[in-house]
Design a protein around this ligand. Structure first.
Ligand SMILES: [Ca+2]
Ligand SMILES: [Ca+2]
Length: 263
């Protein structure tokens, strides 16, 4: 028998009562502290169903807590509808024991145009009782960078051993910043063949390019080892690791210039 107010009957105390009788008994009644479970996390931000959430460094918050105990939270974000510790679709996981704030700022870029599901678990650090939030969802903005090679030009005479000045403009025609890229120039016997790389070994690094931004890249090349007929110039902008999940149109990263006479 439990008595409201936090009082609990002594162990082993029992009385058999028949109708019409009155029984009295005594026992040592002691106040028993009953630890309440945590509050289920609620009031998510971003609100459930948010669309076009920025891909960059999303911030999350919620309410929760516990009436009588310290708590920590686990944070689970994924692309599957039931984020949990063993979910293979998890994108970001914070386990119990480190997060006692009711907010979390991620420092990462989420996939574009993707529905994400997230939940928070709260753990009573006294009793170990865990309470889950509902699963909430949001969709990220459909936003990519699109670096394009334009304005390819060459100054000088294309012949073995000559020095020529190459130039190309890298323009971000997309809606998302590109953190960096490498520009390569080639001479080839057919347009776009990328046969003889002039920018060895790693290319010309360009830094971050904002949407609408452009950078002119110039490179003085010495045409050692030039083969007869290698008279087409190619410029290729390779985002490399910077482009993963960020650049999604590579067709315009290559520009092929007109043929230069090569004796
Ligand atoms: Ca508690
Ligand atoms: Ca592109």
């Amino acid at each position: 028998m439990n008595i409201p107010g936090g009082w609990r009957t002594p162990v082993g105390f029992a009385a058999n009562v028949t109708a019409g009788q009155t029984v009295s008994g005594t026992g040592n009644y002691t106040p028993v502290f009953v630890n309440e479970p945590p509050n289920a996390p609620s009031n998510p931000s971003p609100a459930n169903g948010t669309a076009n959430l920025s891909r960059v460094n999303p911030a999350f918050s919620w309410t929760g807590g516990d009436p009588d105990s310290p708590v920590t939270y686990a944070f689970l974000l994924g692309t599957g509808p039931n984020p949990d510790f063993a979910d293979p679709n998890l994108v970001h996981l914070v386990g119990f024991g480190v997060l006692s704030e009711k907010s979390l700022q991620l420092e990462r870029v989420l996939s574009a145009g993707t529905t994400h599901y997230w939940k928070v678990k709260v753990r009573d650090e006294v009793t170990g009782v865990i309470v889950d939030s509902p699963v909430w969802q949001f969709t990220t903005e459909y936003s990519y960078s699109d670096i394009a090679a334009k304005g390819l030009s060459l100054e000088g005479n294309v012949r073995p051993g000559a020095q020529v000045m190459l130039s190309v403009t890298a323009t971000n025609e997309g809606s998302f910043p590109l953190g960096g890229a490498y520009v390569h120039f080639y001479l080839s016997r057919s347009p776009g063949a990328k046969e003889m790389r002039l920018t060895l070994p790693v290319g010309i690094f360009i830094g971050s390019t904002q949407p609408g931004g452009q950078q002119v890249v110039q490179f003085q090349a010495t045409l050692n080892g030039l083969q007869a007929g290698q008279s087409f110039i190619d410029a290729w902008i390779d985002p490399g690791a910077y482009g993963q999940g960020v650049e999604n149109n590579f067709a315009n990263n290559l520009q092929t210039g007109a043929s230069w006479h090569c004796p």
